[in-house]
Design a protein around this ligand. Structure first.
Ligand SMILES: *Cc1c(COP(=O)(O)O)cnc(C)c1O
Length: 375
């Protein structure tokens, strides 16, 4: 399947017809245990669900094909994927994280990784000189998130992978916002791609999951797999099936998500109540050139900073009717969130910022909703 284009892969990868019945939609195998020989010989390749099952294997196959990797692992959530990868590094390893990133990752590296013996630092990854300077000391892993949450900062994956490799580090990219339909980090030189499959892969706000796709099926990939199978943050077969079902329409959904985001971003950028729109597809975005180089389209996450501070942002969020005030992203329905209100006691997001996940409604209705909410 690897010679096909992404939309074809999204529909077909891992979707071989069930040999027993010819069923075109895959079965869900709920079995926790699989018959083996008297001396433990695996008969069909499976033994115990925590170590792998046929439904998860189909999803792993789809992820490998879409990201162009050598092997993939699926997890109970995006956070489980991150944690299992990071805790597979030896104690004393130094890891560099982006200054703007998913808030769960920030909690993980501030609260939990140091007590596991990891040395954690943050840097602005859009500033390559700052990353080069930080890579002067030995580094185990460079964690990249582009476009980033919630400021939609863009960083150059190929350049960062080169800098990381020169320092002896693995380059990992959180590709949740872009999906492999828009951006393929392994082809740009990254070593590992991470996903919260809860978002665009699942696509319907009804399943939690995570994934890692590895460029090489090597010692580190085996180490992470072994840790997953022993520590057990595995994905349930029904969840794997739902994510695989979402994957089948990923190409079509991403095309419409991106078209709607473009319309909305262009409208918001001209509105007098708006101070700034953060969407990499706008030529005024500082990361536009890099995004145009490494992405097929610019994604459907954006954030908007309003004139009038916190009050103005909360008023707009309260007046929107089609957009639901809720966290998360990547579902069919459009969502809006005042990030500073949900980031805990020390919010990092600007108080006048609303994060928007642009959904699959009619783009003109989304514009009309913002027009009435902005007043
Ligand atoms: C949601 C998200 C995660 C965490 O994934 P969960 O499935 O919620 O555990 C990580 N990175 C990004 C960019 C996300 O949006």
């Amino acid at each position: 399947m690897t010679t096909h284009r992404p939309c074809t892969l999204a529909v077909h990868a891992g979707n071989h017809a069930d040999p027993a019945t010819g069923a075109v939609a895959p079965p869900i195998h709920l079995a926790t245990t699989f018959r083996h020989g008297p001396a433990g010989e695996r008969i069909a390749g499976y033994e115990y669900q925590r170590e792998g099952d046929p439904t998860n294997d189909r999803l792993r196959e789809a992820l490998v094909a879409l990201e162009g990797g050598a092997t993939a692992l699926t997890f109970a959530s995006g956070m489980a994927a991150m944690t299992t990868a990071l805790e597979s590094l030896p104690a004393g390893s130094r890891v560099l994280f982006p200054d703007d990133c998913y808030s769960g990752l920030r909690m993980l590296f501030n609260e939990f990784l140091p007590e596991r013996g990891l040395v954690v630092e943050t840097v602005d990854m859009a500033d390559l000189d700052a990353v080069r300077a930080a890579c002067a000391t030995p580094l185990a892993m460079l964690w990249i998130e582009t476009p980033s949450n919630p400021l939609l900062k863009v960083c150059d994956i190929a350049a960062l992978a080169d800098i990381g490799h020169a320092a002896g580090a693995l380059a990992v990219v959180d590709n949740t916002f872009a999906t492999p339909l828009l951006q393929r980090p392994l082809a740009l030189g990254a070593d590992i791609v991470m996903h919260s499959t809860t978002k665009y892969f699942g696509g319907h706000s009804d399943v939690l999951g995570g994934a890692l796709v590895f460029a090489r099926d090597d010692g580190f990939a085996n180490k992470v797999a072994h840790r997953l199978h022993v520590t057990g943050a595995v994905l349930a077969p029904f969840s794997a099936w739902l994510i695989l079902r979402g994957c089948r329409s990923l190409g079509a959904r991403m095309a419409m998500h991106c078209a709607n985001a473009r319309k909305l971003a262009e409208f918001l950028a001209t509105h007098p109540a708006v101070e700034r729109v953060n969407w990499p597809g706008l030529p005024t975005h500082p990361g536009h050139a890099v995004a145009a180089k490494q992405m097929r389209d610019f994604g459907a996450m954006l954030s908007v900073e309003l004139r009038g501070g916190r009050e103005a942002a909360l008023a707009v969020a309260g007046r929107l009717r089609i957009f639901t005030n809720a966290t998360s992203l990547g579902g069919c329905e459009s969502l809006v969130e005042h990030r500073a209100s949900v980031e805990g006691p020390n919010p990092r997001s600007p108080q006048n910022l609303l994060r928007v996940s642009v959904g699959l409604e009619d783009g003109d209705d989304l514009i009309a909703d913002f027009r009435q909410a902005l007043g």
